[in-house]
Design a binder for this molecule. Structure first.
Ligand SMILES: NC(=O)c1ccc[n+]([C@@H]2O[C@H](COP(=O)([O-])OP(=O)(O)OC[C@H]3O[C@@H](n4cnc5c(N)ncnc54)[C@H](O)[C@@H]3O)[C@@H](O)[C@H]2O)c1
Length: 375
């Protein structure tokens, strides 16, 4: 019953190599109905292409994504390139008749995301966007808790993704710090999909956004002895309203490059009158669940390795970034094969476009210092 998913990667940098590492550990999945094979890689940098030579299944290494897309060996393309290249390369993938796992933010801005979404719909290809943290056991428990109705009346939601290495002003500039290649939405383009995926999937669509955006460092070392402009938003706090069970509920979405002490820290907190739940990758095994009876408790549970797709890993071992990234790929492969069932799925094109609507509203809100309606 095993089918083989033959993948090509365009963009073999940080995430392209992370994907290759996930494929190399695919056998960790227990009785998974789809096998995966990395067959082709495209990057502009020869040194990165050379890195992929150690993977025996890779038959094509090229600096031209058109050459990769012309290969009949490739079924699915994972594209992990700077944001200004998303639209043209994603559209080329669809034109070539391939399925796509796109990297976030799914185009440099709302207009690009809409064009990609429209092209995906017309093409009929299977298209999803990357966001891996919801596939960790903790966030999965958050989804189950909310769906079980144990919240009571909703009070508030907080979904955050925090980084801190940019606090160091001597950190050199890169494409993620410049509007031209990262996009006007800045940190929201980098980190925003991660904070909206789970809320949107639970039906929490903001009807209103008030945004506070901060630019702290306006230039950074260019790596050649000079300075280069650094013109993207560093931190974004989006105060939104969502309607849950007929009640307008505050939902805060926080994406920060300048969050003291936080290294890739993803967290979520959902509070209600009867129950609540809190999880952070800063404590990857720890789940906090609120219970209100005559007295009130925050109960702490140590989680194990209860991933959506079973693995051979011991049930008491702790998961991390490579594990949730592999689980996300498993969700992509399972959904594409029609066997996802009621498990959590990757970001859909529609959700990706909605994320951009939120970020575009945030830009407008910050400019006008007023709340922007999304209905
Ligand atoms: N899911 C996640 O957790 C996560 C984390 C980091 C980045 N990302 C996303 O992944 C994407 C890539 O980010 P990254 O951190 O891997 O960046 P990166 O700079 O490490 O890698 C990008 C690669 O694209 C290559 N490239 C540029 N133009 C190309 C072209 N025309 N054809 C082929 N290759 C080309 C570059 O040479 C580079 O190796 C972005 O969309 C980013 O937002 C996702």
């Amino acid at each position: 019953m095993n089918s083989i998913l033959r993948v090509g990667i365009i963009g073999g940098g940080l995430m392209g190599r992370e994907a290759a590492s996930a494929f190399a550990r695919w056998f960790v999945l227990n009785n998974f109905p789809v096998q995966v094979e990395l067959v082709a890689v495209c990057d502009l940098q020869q040194s990165l292409l050379d890195w992929f030579r150690q993977i025996p299944s890779v038959k094509l290494l090229t600096q031209s994504h058109h050459e990769l897309l012309a290969s009949p060996e490739v079924d699915v393309v994972y594209v992990a390139v700077p944001h200004h290249l998303h639209e043209s390369i994603y559209l080329d993938v669809l034109k070539a008749g391939k399925d796509l796992l796109a990297e976030k933010p799914f185009g440099i801005d709302l207009a690009a995301a809409r064009r990609i979404g429209d092209a995906a719909a017309v093409s009929g290809r299977f298209v999803r966007c990357s966001s891996e943290f919801p596939f960790l056991p903790g966030p999965q428990r958050v989804v189950q808790f909310v769906q079980s109705g144990r919240l009571g009346k909703p009070l508030e939601i907080r979904s955050c993704f925090w980084h801190s290495s940019d606090l160091d002003p001597s950190k050199p500039v890169n494409w993620k710090r410049q509007v031209r290649s990262c996009g006007e939405i800045g940190v929201m383009g980098d980190l925003g999909m991660h904070v909206v995926h789970l809320p949107l999937r639970l039906g929490w669509n903001p009807i209103r956004v008030y945004a506070q955006l901060q630019k702290i460092y306006s230039e950074r070392p260019d790596g050649r002895g000079g300075m280069a402009p650094c013109d993207t938003w560093d931190n974004a706090m989006l105060h939104t309203d969502v309607v849950i069970d007929g009640l307008e509920t505050p939902m805060r979405l926080e994406t920060k490059r300048l969050a003291p002490g936080s290294t890739n820290t993803w967290s979520i907190e959902v509070l209600g009158t009867e129950g609540g739940i809190r999880y952070s990758t800063a404590e990857p095994k720890t789940l906090w669940v609120f219970d209100r009876q005559k007295e009130q408790w925050w109960n702490r549970t140590e989680l194990g390795f209860q991933t959506p797709f079973p693995t051979i890993t011991g049930g008491i071992f702790e998961p991390g970034f490579p594990d949730c990234f592999l689980q996300m790929w498993a969700a992509y492969a399972a959904e594409r094969a029609g066997v996802l069932g009621d498990r959590f799925g990757c970001v859909t094109p529609d959700e990706a476009v909605r994320s951009h609507q939120i970020f575009a509203a945030a830009l407008e809100s910050h400019q006008t210092h007023s709340a922007v309606s999304l209905t």
